[in-house]
Design a protein around this ligand. Structure first.
Ligand code: NBP
Length: 482
């Protein structure tokens, strides 16, 4: 029996992907650095299945049909390079290595070039959906050597999640690191959504004094409407989960949020490309602040600001909170698509944004009903520069804005921090302001550094300098932007 595909890395994602492939009729060879895990797997969850356990990379490669398809599902970083280095002498021209981990997109671009130079193919495929998705249908975002798609596409599309028409949540994304870039931005949006939901939870708990069961009920109800999404659904379940002692699990989890880098990378890329991705950045920094637990405990004894329940009509306020959460999800998504657009132009990836929205509709952590609207928006206008300009988005956000403002005002008054929800509103207000205060910034820059400015009454591209103090020279700095 020879294998259709091989998988290296039998941790939570790898094992479940193998079982998913096998369930879909593919024979899979497996290998893992710690060999005992191979035996545990083939004699345990994979017992009796078309899964071939191997105990060396030589044996692993010898079991694969040609062209060989090797999927690597290990911790991102050096481990991927080490495995590639060990595989290279064992593979032939035309063989394909697929990195399914959360690798940094620039590493993927580099690896693609290096393997292509050796006559091989490399694919960086973002996989989302966690353990459950890997087993029953993840969202898969592959990019790299285009020629590999016809060889791996049938396997990936078979194991991917399907949305209602049976269309797989897996399409070719683009060259080089495009697949991992899209997965990175997916995770960035996940950061905003998780944080915005956490803020809504905190507003209900601290501001409205609601119990875990009541909050769980609200999230369950929200999940039946416009906010329908995996993250809202699991939040409802998390809030009502009790341990064997009958205590709510949520109440004894330490309030320090971890992170593995994809949110930070999204923000780094946004800074590099000059795209405001403010909700993701607030979400990343909120996790950083959450981690400074000792400082927060210390500061809580120094700064005695307002910390009191809201004086509001609870039912009305919950509607407002719903709207502010929904608007925040939409704005974060819009910013993330603008970012992918900028990256597509910078790196010359021909990304189909409707296909990206489609891939995110099922299987992945950010799956939600509004992704259908994003899909439709890009189908209608593939060149849409900002989703906020699409009719659906603009009308939904405008409808939400009165409640959104009431939530930001009430939380600010009562001293409850909601960085993602409030920065979403600031972005919205900034975007819809045809005139803003940046004229003053330009004046300050020209004052202290002779950086020059453009004028409203002259053509763009003409730069002026003012001698603000009366004793400056006429020499000015060159006009350029980073
Ligand atoms: P982990 O990220 O925990 O990685 C564990 C696997 O990496 C094990 O098989 C381990 O082998 C292997 N490994 C390591 Br660590 N260093 C290695 C090395 N130098 N050489 C060979 N193998 C090495 O597993 P995971 O959570 O299944 O995630 C796998 C990838 O998928 C990661 O990139 C992750 O970011 C990504 N991802 C994870 C999720 C999720 O929900 N967990 C979701 C989506 C994507 P060993 O058994 O010998 O230690």
């Amino acid at each position: 029996m020879s294998a259709d595909i091989g998988l290296i890395g039998l941790a939570v994602m790898g094992e479940n992907l193998v079982l998913n492939m096998e369930k879909n009729g593919f024979v899979v060879a497996v290998f893992n650095r710690t060999l005992s895990k191979v035996d545990d797997f083939v004699n345990g969850r994979a017992k009796g299945l078309k899964v071939i356990g191997t105990h060396s990379l030589e044996e692993f490669v010898s079991k694969l049909k040609k062209p060989r398809r090797v999927m690597v599902m290990v911790r991102a970083g050096d481990a991927v390079d080490k495995i590639i280095e060990m595989l290279l002498p064992l593979l032939s021209k035309g063989d394909i290595i697929i990195d399914g981990g959360n690798s940094y997109f620039e590493d993927t671009t580099r690896r693609t070039k290096e393997l292509e130079a050796k006559g091989m193919m490399f694919v960086g495929a973002g996989v989302s959906g966690g353990e459950e998705g890997a087993l029953n249908g993840p969202s898969i975002m592959p990019g790299g050597t285009k020629g590999a798609w016809k060889e791996i596409g049938p396997i990936f599309q078979a194991i991917a999640a399907k949305v209602k028409e049976g269309v797989p949540c897996c399409e070719w994304v683009g060259d080089g690191g495009a697949g991992h870039y899209v997965k990175m931005v997916h995770n960035g949006h996940e950061y905003s959504c998780c944080q915005a939901i956490a803020e809504a939870y905190w507003v209900m708990k601290e501001g409205l004094g609601m119990s875990n069961e009541e909050m769980s009920g609200v999230f369950s109800e929200w999940n039946l409407g416009k906010l329908e999404s995996y993250l809202i659904e699991i939040t409802a379940q998390i809030l009502s989960k009790k341990d064997e002692q009958g205590t709510y699990v949520i109440d004894y989890i330490l309030d320090k949020a971890g992170q593995k880098g994809t949110g930070k990378w999204t923000v780094m890329s946004a800074l590099e490309l000059g795209v405001p991705v403010t909700l993701v950045s607030e979400a990343v920094f909120a996790r950083c602040l959450s981690y400074q637990k000792e400082d927060r405990v210390f500061a809580s004894n120094i700064f005695t600001g307002p910390r009191e329940p809201f004086k509001v009509d609870q039912k009305q306020f919950l509607n407002d909170l719903h709207d502010s959460l929904y608007a925040s999800f939409l704005v974060s998504c819009a910013q993330c698509f603008v970012l992918m657009g900028a990256a597509g132009s910078r790196y010359k990836w021909d990304i189909d944004y409707a296909a990206v929205a489609h891939m995110w509709r099922g299987g992945c952590i950010i799956r939600s009903s509004y992704l259908e609207n994003i899909f439709q928006a890009f189908q209608l206008n593939p060149a849409l520069s900002n989703l906020m300009f699409d009719h659906f988005f603009s009308s939904e956000i405008q409808k939400c804005s009165p409640g959104w403002r009431r939530v930001v005002a009430a939380t600010s008054k009562s001293g409850v921090a909601i960085p993602v929800i409030s920065s979403g509103l600031s972005y919205y207000d900034g975007l819809r302001a045809a005139s803003g205060p940046a004229n003053l910034i330009q004046a300050q820059r020209d004052y202290f550094g002779a950086h020059t400015y453009e004028r409203l009454d002259r053509n763009a591209g003409q730069y002026f300098h003012t001698d603000w103090t009366g004793h400056g020279g006429s020499t000015h700095s060159q006009a350029y932007n980073i």
